[in-house]
Design a protein around this ligand. Sequence first.
Ligand SMILES: NC(=O)c1ccc[n+]([C@@H]2O[C@H](COP(=O)([O-])OP(=O)(O)OC[C@H]3O[C@@H](n4cnc5c(N)ncnc54)[C@H](O)[C@@H]3O)[C@@H](O)[C@H]2O)c1
Length: 329
Amino acid sequence: MPERILITGGAGFIGRWVVKAFLGEPRTKVYVLDDFSNGVRENLAEFSKDPKLAEVKKCGVENKRAVDDFVSKVKPTLCVHLAAQIIVQDSIDDPERTFESDVRGAFNVLEACRAAGARFAFMSTCMVYDLATPKGAISESHPVLPRSPYAAAKLAGEQLTISYYHAYGMPVTVMRPFNTYGPHQKATGEGGVIAIFISKQLDGSDFNIYGTGRQTRDFLYVEDCAEFVMRASMSKAAEGRVLNAAAGDDITVNGLARLVTSEAPKRSKSKIKHVKHIHPQSEIMKLLGDAREAERVLGWKPKVPLAEGIARTRAWISETKVSGSGGWL
Ligand SMILES: NC(=O)c1ccc[n+]([C@@H]2O[C@H](COP(=O)([O-])OP(=O)(O)OC[C@H]3O[C@@H](n4cnc5c(N)ncnc54)[C@H](O)[C@@H]3O)[C@@H](O)[C@H]2O)c1
């Protein structure tokens, strides 16, 4: 019997790489459920002729009846739940939308998967950790403290997921990636700082860095993230566990800006400017992940160094700028 993999949020940035990773596995059929609120069909265009991509369904996870109908039809053996409203500021402006999508939606998918007897992998985030006073690398035992409805919704989804492991013996895993970057990430909004810097560098426009630029981030290349998601969601050893995914190496935002400009094939006209922070009190000064548990449990380690990941991202952004495709920039 083939494995039937349901990927919610599969038309998004990380989702399309997770779809690609599962399509590369033998004997899989992949089903995508996405409301296209942030994802686009173009992200899946490369696989449109692949018979292993069985169906792409437009559906919001907050719609319980539609989720039930789709899951009971597909009968997935595994569900990777990536669908979420991901913008922290949007969650602060409209917490109800985040609750409906990220909490009720996670509950709906979890319940439907319980009824179908499917494994379930929940995509959380490093934003659930208490990031105010970080001292070193953050492991899974670091205290949690949600500072936004987005982080709170992710914690709620995590807790529901883990409760199904204990209450029903359902095979589940919770995944907490750190900042992920790479081709197909939008060069707008929060989080996509590498895509934003590369896009600005290609246009010759200036980089605006909030505050001193001495804040650090740990960047994970998206194909490494997708490989982690695939292994974590299929692993028996990962059942009932929470696992970080991170490069395990941080860089200041100033350092990142220098790296993006210095590695550019042509001399960059972009200048680095420091601008006043909008919310200086909420800035995270150090963000470094400890993913040794994922290495121990899954044998997973990120492979793509930051400079290489930036080069691959630049190649993709340059191509979409030339072809005008994607509508990402
Ligand atoms: N990008 C990162 O750095 C990062 C880091 C940690 C965790 N994550 C998590 O990884 C997942 C994927 O993030 P991404 O960066 O690819 O974002 P994304 O917005 O590109 O992907 C999310 C996808 O979910 C879809 N979606 C949103 N709300 C939905 C709903 N209610 N019903 C159905 N589909 C819905 C969107 O259309 C989109 O295709 C999210 O759960 C996010 O919280 C991302």
